[in-house]
Ligand binder design. Structure first.
Ligand code: F6R
Length: 346
């Protein structure tokens, strides 16, 4: 077992009674599971042309949408993600809204859903139940029902592929089936080495604040890493993107006050000037006493690169949680906060 390779004490698994590791290692099988979900969806009433697609979601459920936006960046589709209460004023009956909430009870997503009903948008929902399912059942809105029992952030892959397939079925994007169907095997083959690398990286992050840097195109990957460090490991973490960070954040190294470790994720798609910026920025950080790890994300397709980078981050945050004695599944502050906020009356 890879644990022994870097000396992770086996008793640390006691911090994972809900088996978050199992949920992360299931990601390859979530690909097809999500992609098949819309097969039985009745979309006949939606054969009109949409001028824009909006995905409403928060936290883990918003990342599926953000990642989709990043993956589809070169396609002719206007796609945006709403992580808020409010639908843009321009949304109308030519807009498709996908309401994505694992629990179905997230107030921001429900608020956008209601505004979209008033604006006569076409709507599709992805959820396990909650109020969202109740509303869509009453209004006969096409809804994909996810399997319950996961933390929402562990269902991100199913949500991503379910939404991707909806866009394909509505002919808003060309079919990605060939790339999707190869992905499961490809990710399965990478799991062992990703897990081993995650254990090694998590060791470097003990007592550090992880900063994740990527190019702008892959900013969502960095954002997922940051959120997983927050939610799984319960540590502060930040992400930022090139080239923009060279115009502001880099100046902050003059007076570094935190104990940071920078993780620079490199993709072959990164612009050559961005590649140079990454190397120079790393040099500055090292000179200023900030440790840094560069990781080249490789894979046979864009999807493969996106999801292997996501898996590496999920696993690193998981092993960091165990090393510092945190249960990676529990999000007590988030849950307590939602309770304190009380019910939302629109
Ligand atoms: C919890 C998590 C959170 C939720 C967010 C929205 O695992 O990842 O970020 O995703 O609070 O909740 P849902 O997805 O139920 O709408």
């Amino acid at each position: 077992m890879a644990d022994e390779a870097i000396g992770l004490p086996p008793e640390l698994t006691k911090f994972d009674p809900e088996n978050m590791r199992g949920a992360i290692l299931e990601v390859p099988s979530h690909v097809e599971q999500g992609y098949r979900m819309p097969d039985s969806l009745d979309l006949r009433k939606m054969d009109g042309k949409f001028s824009a697609v909006l995905i409403a979601g928060m936290g883990g459920s918003s990342i599926a949408g953000l990642l989709l936006k990043s993956y589809l960046e070169d396609e002719c589709i206007r796609l945006d993600v709403i992580q808020d209460y409010v639908l843009p004023k321009w949304a109308d009956n030519k807009t498709l809204l996908i309401a994505c909430s694992y629990s179905g009870n997230t107030e921001e997503t429900l608020s956008v859903f209601k505004e979209a009903r008033r604006a006569e948008c076409s709507i599709v929902a992805v959820t396990t139940g909650g109020k969202l399912e109740e509303y869509t059942r009453i209004s006969k809105i096409p809804t994909m029902l996810l399997q319950a029992g996961y933390q929402p952030r562990a269902a991100m892959t199913v949500q991503f592929f379910a939404m991707l397939r909806v866009l394909e079925r509505l002919k808003l994007i060309p079919s990605k089936a060939a790339e999707v169907l190869k992905l499961k095997e490809d990710l399965k083959n990478q799991l062992q080495s990703l897990e081993k690398n995650a254990m090694i990286l998590s060791d470097k992050l003990l007592s550090k604040t992880p900063i994740i840097y990527t190019s702008r195109r892959f900013g969502t990957v960095g954002y997922r890493w940051k959120c997983q460090f927050n939610e799984n490991s319960k540590v502060m973490s930040y992400n930022n993107v090139f080239p923009e960070l060279n115009h502001n954040e880099v100046e902050g190294y003059a007076n570094t006050r935190g104990n940071y470790h920078a993780i620079i994720l490199r993709f072959s798609e990164d612009h050559r000037r961005v590649q140079r910026r990454m190397s120079l920025t790393k040099e500055i950080m090292l000179r200023k006493g900030i440790s840094a790890t560069e990781i080249g994300i490789t894979g046979p397709s864009l999807l493969s690169k996106l999801f292997s980078a996501i898996l590496l981050g999920d696993l690193t945050s998981y092993y960091l949680a165990l090393r510092i004695g945190m249960n990676p599944s529990k999000v007590e502050l988030i849950e307590g906060f939602k309770k304190d906020l009380g019910p939302y009356v629109a």
